[in-house]
Design a protein around this ligand. Structure first.
Ligand code: SAH
Length: 237
């Protein structure tokens, strides 16, 4: 499994240093900083033996660059919903880690937000799944480096514990992209009012994200949505 830790516009060098350190603790190497607001040089003093992780961190201008080539993108947040807000229906980190541990040859990116305001809705929309660390209702928002530590610890432990490591072949990034494109085109071909179209697209994308479908399932679903799109566009003519 190739896992990228993506920090979106991190604001504190202490946090960035600690993230590199904890990545080293759990054996993860790929750190990406999207438009960082800190000096990597200053953050190095907090990275300890994780300095090599920080020195080899990739700096990107935007999230699209950071997630290129990933078939699974997770956004993290303490702000979740089990009701109306369809974008914020979460998986807990334990559920997510268990699924991730079963994937074979997957390229995964996990997005972490700014210390001040977290991730924007537009940024969350770039992910397939929203992951949360359950915490006290009074104050569920963790420090950035603490959140990264818990996420990586759970994935590290799930990998060590699972007896089914690497059994599910994931869709390749391009196949996942093609599936979501076909979903989008099928939904648009239905010509619903714009707000319902938007809602339906979000729901389908996120249900597919949370289901961790296999490569073959992605292929079948992609074909189905493509057929719907083609039939609907043909019947219009
Ligand atoms: N005031 C911001 C706090 C962001 S904390 C907000 O309310 O969104 C910085 C980042 O740490 C978050 O964007 C998220 O990526 C991660 N984080 C913090 N607490 C978390 C939690 N309980 N579950 C999952 N991620 C969390």
């Amino acid at each position: 499994m190739c896992l990228r830790v993506v920090l979106v516009e991190p604001e504190g060098e202490v946090n960035v240093g600690f993230v590199a350190r904890v990545m080293k603790n759990f054996g993860f190497k790929n750190l990406i900083l999207v438009n960082p607001k800190v000096s990597v040089e200053d953050a190095l003093s907090y990275a300890s033996h994780g300095d090599d992780v920080l020195k080899s961190a990739l700096i990107c201008k935007n999230i699209d660059e950071a997630i290129k080539g990933c078939s699974l993108v997770a956004a993290t947040s303490s702000r979740v919903s089990v009701g109306e807000d369809l974008l914020r229906i979460p998986m807990t980190i334990k559920e997510f880690a268990k699924k991730v541990a079963q994937l074979k040859d997957a390229n995964i990116a996990i997005l972490f937000g700014r210390e001040s305001v977290g991730l924007t809705r537009e940024e969350i929309e770039k992910s397939h799944v929203l992951v949360t660390i359950p915490a006290s209702k009074d104050y569920p928002s963790l420090n950035l480096s603490h959140a990264v530590a818990i996420v990586l610890y759970e994935i590290f432990s799930a990998k060590a514990e699972t007896s089914q490591a690497g059994i599910v072949e994931q869709p390749k990034p391009k196949e996942m992209e093609a599936l979501l494109k076909n979903v989008e085109q099928a939904v648009r071909a239905l010509k619903m009012p714009a707000y319902r179209e938007r809602k339906t697209e979000i729901v389908l994308k996120r249900v597919i994200g949370r289901a961790f479908i296999s490569r073959h399932e992605a292929y079948v679903l992609s074909g189905f949505f493509r057929k719907v799109h083609l039939l609907l566009s043909r019947s219009e003519k």
